[in-house]
Design a binder for this molecule. Sequence first.
Ligand code: MN
Length: 743
Amino acid sequence: MVITDTYNLTEEEEKKLILREYRSLLRALKLRLKKGDKKLVRRAFEISAEAHKHMRRKSGEPYILHPLAVAKIVVEEIALGVTSVICALLHDTVEDTEVTLKEIEMEFGSTCAKIVEGLTKISNVVESKDTTQQAENFKKILLTLADDPRVILIKIADRLHNMRTLDSMSRDKQLKISSETSFLYAPLATRLGLYEIKSELEDLSLKFTEKEVYEDISQKLRETKRDRTRYINEFIKPIKDELERNQFQFEIFGRPKSISSIWNKIKTKHVTFEEVYDLFAIRIILKTQNEKEDCWKVFSIITNHYQHSLERLRDWVSAPKSNGYEALHTTVMGPEGRWVEVQIRTERMNEIAEKGLAAHWKYKDGNASQESKLDDWLKHIRELLQNPDSNAMDFIHDLKRDIFNDEIYTYTPEGDMRLLPVGATALDFAFDIHSELGKQCIGAKVNYKLVPISHVLKNADQIEIITSKKQKPNEDWLKFVVTAKAKSRIKYYLKEEKRIIAMDGKDLLFRKLDNLKISNNSSVINEICSFFKYPSPTDLYYAIAIHSFDIKDLSKMRIVGDKLLPPIDEERKEIVKEDFDHDLNKQMPGKGYELIIFGENSDKIQYKLANCCQPIPGDDVFGFVTTGEGLKIHRTNCPNAATLLANYGHRVVKAKWAKNKEISLLTGVIINGIDDVGVIHKITNVVSGELKMNMRSMSIDSKDGLFEGKIMVYVNHKEELDELSKRLEKLEGINKVTRLDSE
Ligand code: MN
């Protein structure tokens, strides 16, 4: 459904539109409707339509079209059933209207009420602005997931529809919602096996955060389509013929990779669009009962025609991923010496790959091991979430890395399989089995060979853990464990240990205060902590206990009655912090401010440019309120932007450059190319000669005939930097010019 900017339907037309959408939902659901179901769906639709009667979306359309669309996604793209459709129709009612959970329970039963309650809770935590710990909220979202996975699946459908209709939202909402989507919802969709939705979420998020990149890549994809189709047809022909001769029932086609995955390749591999060799993959979908056998037969037919790369065979048929994904992937050398990825799946595997989790339930009887794997995963999440941890942000990062990354299969001496994230060590393995085993781990035997606890495991390793009762976790362990479970257990243990030691320090301090006739209430303790710069009382007590803080130093403070205060000269002295940021006032005295901060008094605002992305005028930017250093300006494509926007959305301030050409800021580019005698001259000629730019530094590194150069220049506006990149890229021997994020 396309909604145009000018929304102007008559009441009659609107009613027709709503009914049409409702009927199309029923059609999608038709095969799943049992006796009495239709009535329930109709009732949910009526309640929702009535409740949202006077509400409209930002685009102007009647609100009810949103729950209808979400319900349709739930059926068509996630393969859920009637209960989920009812909940999708009602998902915004308790939150935004008079409808109560009690009423929903009475009409549709307790399962529906619980799911809608879960959905209401999620939307509350995501919207909340009063806490600095949005990470805590993510924890809660994951907890809901463990309660009933349908809650998160419907939430993903809701988010998908919001992303599809994000055009009509304000710019800052677009940024916040997009960042949250790429930070949380896309990884969640991946983890639940919803690959189609994951790609769409990532592409949409890119479209709003980096519009230029998105449009550039989609245009290049359009331009190269003809070439690609020709190549794919040439590649497919011999395979298709032989599959037909062998009487396989199948579909074979080439499929372009998503825009965001192409962009990721360009970024991480430092290549140009033209150099991304796998712009598409060939997919073969088999209709067969002999799933495993036939997949391998097809594999052998393909490798009869094309040479395959041994390193790039992935067998997820024998050992499915823990999100349920099954397929055989191989990369072969196609015509013209190009590597081509081929994915072989059966129809069942394909449906699971596209619709994820829910498709598993459908095939439940046929494949019980899949089901238990999912349960294992949900159990794993619960376990992690129940662990106490002081810093929720760290926790989320560990967790993301742990459950959203690629996995390896490892085995106990008894042959039980344990899935661990890539990079996991012997110590991670020990903690995965049991925290007591982890705490006492002193080494391991991997495939019968003795290794240290920091040994990084590989696929198919068999591990035997060696323990000692005398062993104790220490700080260093945190440097090489990667799983969230190991990390949080070690931190917990260290904290406990510290707390016990700190008790001695506390005794010492309280006795001293007693002698000095100073009361030991919390305001006195806080005064001491802040004067001697300890983050918490426990840290202070601990420092006293291990003698890193001499209790005699208390005499540096003043005794006033039964209180302890900082000395007078220290009281007002400001803490000078190390600061590596560009301070505009220092750099450009008397130039005033070149940035407009919307909604604030623009000429009173102090701000700094973030060092992580070094924005220059003309860049798309946002302001971020830091805790200690005031307002910082970041580029919207800053490497840290997604994390900041997704976790601290409430601290984001809209910001835009004013048209002031006076200001000049330092920025830089990285140049890659072929080493050549004249290359430095050519580059400097463009920078200083043609463009007359003010260059601060240039360095060139060359190796094996290739070079990488770094140029730092002062510019007034992004256009100048773009012009520089364009001209440099045209020089002979220069392959790629990329902007520098930070020095
Ligand atoms: Mn909604």
